[in-house]
Write a protein that binds this ligand. Structure first.
Ligand SMILES: Nc1ncnc2c1ncn2[C@@H]1O[C@H](COP(=O)(O)OP(=O)(O)OP(=O)(O)O)[C@@H](O)[C@H]1O
Ligand SMILES: [Mg+2]
Length: 531
């Protein structure tokens, strides 16, 4: 026993020293020496090191989401805005105080946690407006060809062809706002009218354009069109602090994605890339500007091309200097490519299973990602972890890894069940951003412009034919904004509102022009090489 006591003491001392930070921290929990033996030593992450990113991994049901929840709570409490995907709706409870239970109080007590039921300031979003949150959309031109290729499952040749289509649209002054716009442009290039332009583009065969068109139609059939359009998310809205000084927690709810899991992960990737473009360089910060939790991260990496993975790795590496921290949440660290994994400073590894030969392989690979640990058999520790326990290592304030520590995690202080739907609805309705995102805009864009040209062409041909009734002559009609979203309060089609919308439309058109030009230069890491 003496030897193991000495080993315990050594580990306790190492962890105590390794996790004694000077600046602000997020408390993760306490060091465990055995199944129910706490050492009375806290395990934590320095707030300043959150921009060195992190990983939360573990088999299903082992406590990943609760770990995420307690990190989010403490970030918000310290005034740091958070963005997180809420796949199963089980993070929405962040908006409500938790319900005390014997289990929770017992867990908290063993960790010296002063557990106080607390709700946090939450903004609810829903990608494409499918769900109860504020609709989150992106314009097609901002999304760009690289990410769209990932969604469509295009191969490399097709991807560069799609890049040419975007390029053509930019040059031809055909704004790509939604999926219909892109479809119209591809269809135009395939039509008799567009043949010459297609040829001029070079490098885009009509066969490939045909494949792209089919894929776009497929995406639309699966409801993928709702993601694209206006109003586009303004990333500044994710960087908000509530009036009481706590960081706003933006949760994005996800619609049924079984058919197209890639769209959700690429959407999150777009957000990250957009944040990267929009935010100023700040270098290393004591307090992050935003922490971004990337749940179900394996979806992002599955079947991705090397170019795509390189771009993800590059974005993750560079976004640190903008003060943004990224946490990937996934079942196994082996889901995350080496180049990304190497950049994740904090690791919270929940239980891994070893039931199947594949599990065993993944376990071995996971153990190999910990170059040093004080545990003789880390694999046995990993498979023996209880729920709400994890193997933790973080980056200390000097940028060195802390000792690997078997940790019992704190209990979240907000609700662990989904938020009351009435509260979600009330929060959405009362949001200062509700008006901005709930209106659907449909400005004149590629689809309308091309349709207009076609009509004009037809009219011209008709002019050369028998005379027509002047009453039916085509008059170009300025496009009215499309119906506002079915959700927004709908007695708003008054004249007055229309003029307001028209004003916005006009200035937005100008802004879009400017922005397209800027994006030409700065769409940045996710833009395919332009010629
Ligand atoms: N830190 C914790 N404090 C209190 N209870 C916890 C904690 N971690 C886990 N639990 C308990 O374990 C349950 C499962 O945890 P959680 O939902 O976080 O698992 P998960 O790893 O996210 O699972 P999945 O992969 O299915 O999403 C929780 O509902 C909760 O009851
Ligand atoms: Mg979960």
């Amino acid at each position: 026993m003496g030897a193991s006591d000495a080993a315990d003491q050594e580990l306790t001392d190492a962890v105590r020293a390794g996790y004694a930070f000077e600046g602000a921290v997020l408390e993760l929990g306490g060091l465990l020496l055995g199944a129910d033996r706490l050492a009375g030593v806290p395990v934590r992450i320095p707030l300043a090191m959150l921009t060195r990113h992190g990983l939360i991994a573990g088999a299903t049901g082992t406590g990943k989401t609760r770990t995420l929840q307690l990190l989010v709570e403490q970030l918000s409490a310290q005034g740091v805005p958070v963005f997180a995907a809420d796949i199963k709706g089980d993070l929405s409870g962040l908006a409500q105080p938790g319900e005390p239970s014997e289990k929770l109080t017992a867990r908290a007590a063993t960790l010296g946690q002063q557990w106080t039921a607390t709700g946090f300031p939450v903004e609810f979003y829903a990608i494409g407006g499918v769900g109860s949150g504020l609709p989150l959309r992106v314009t097609m031109s901002a999304f760009g060809p690289t990410l769209l290729s990932k969604v469509l499952g295009l191969n490399e040749t097709q991807e560069s062809s799609l890049g040419l289509v975007f390029h053509y649209a930019d040059r031809a002054g055909l704004p790509l706002l939604d999926l219909a716009d892109l479809r119209a442009v591809v269809a135009h290039l395939l039509s008799d009218d567009g043949k010459a332009e297609l040829k001029e583009l070079g490098g885009l065969s009509s066969a490939t354009a045909g494949v792209i068109l089919r894929e776009l139609i497929g995406l639309e059939d699966q409801g993928g069109d709702v993601f694209f359009g206006e109003p586009e998310l303004d990333t500044a809205d994710l960087l908000q602090v509530a009036p009481d000084g706590r960081g706003l927690v933006s949760l994005v709810e996800l619609p049924q994605l079984q058919d197209r899991p890639a769209i959700f992960s690429t959407f999150l990737m777009w957000l990250l890339a957009d944040l990267f473009h929009e935010l100023p360089e700040v270098g290393d910060v004591d307090k992050p500007k935003l922490v971004f939790f990337f749940d179900e991260a394996h979806l992002l990496f599955a079947d991705a091309s090397k170019a795509f993975l390189d771009q993800v790795a590059q974005t993750v590496r560079l976004i640190r200097s903008k003060g943004v921290g990224v946490f990937f949440v996934t079942q196994g660290p082996t889901d995350v490519p080496e180049a990304v994994l190497a950049q994740l400073g904090s690791r919270v590894q929940h239980q891994l299973r070893a039931h199947t030969p594949n599990d065993a392989k993944a376990l071995k690979a996971t153990v190999a990602t910990y170059p040093t640990s004080g545990y003789a058999d880390l694999g046995a520790v990993l498979t023996g972890l209880g729920i709400g326990e994890a193997i933790v290592t973080v980056m200390d304030e000097r940028g060195a890894p802390t000792p690997v520590a078997w940790t019992r995690l704190r209990a979240p202080e907000s609700r662990m069940d989904p938020c009351d739907p009435d509260l979600v609805a009330a929060t959405v309705a009362a949001s200062p951003r509700a008006g901005k995102y709930q209106a659907t805009l449909d400005r004149e864009s590629a689809r309308e412009i091309l349709a207009g040209r076609l009509e004009n062409g037809a009219a011209k041909q008709a002019d050369e034919a028998p005379p027509r009734d002047p009453a039916t002559e085509h008059v170009p009609v300025p496009k009215a904004p499309r119906k506002s979203s079915s959700k927004s309060s709908s007695k708003s089609s008054s004249k007055q509102d229309d003029t307001v919308v028209e004003q916005v439309v006009k200035s937005a058109a100008f802004k879009d022009f400017m922005r397209t030009a800027a994006r030409e230069i700065a769409r940045g890491v996710f833009k395919t090489g332009r010629r």
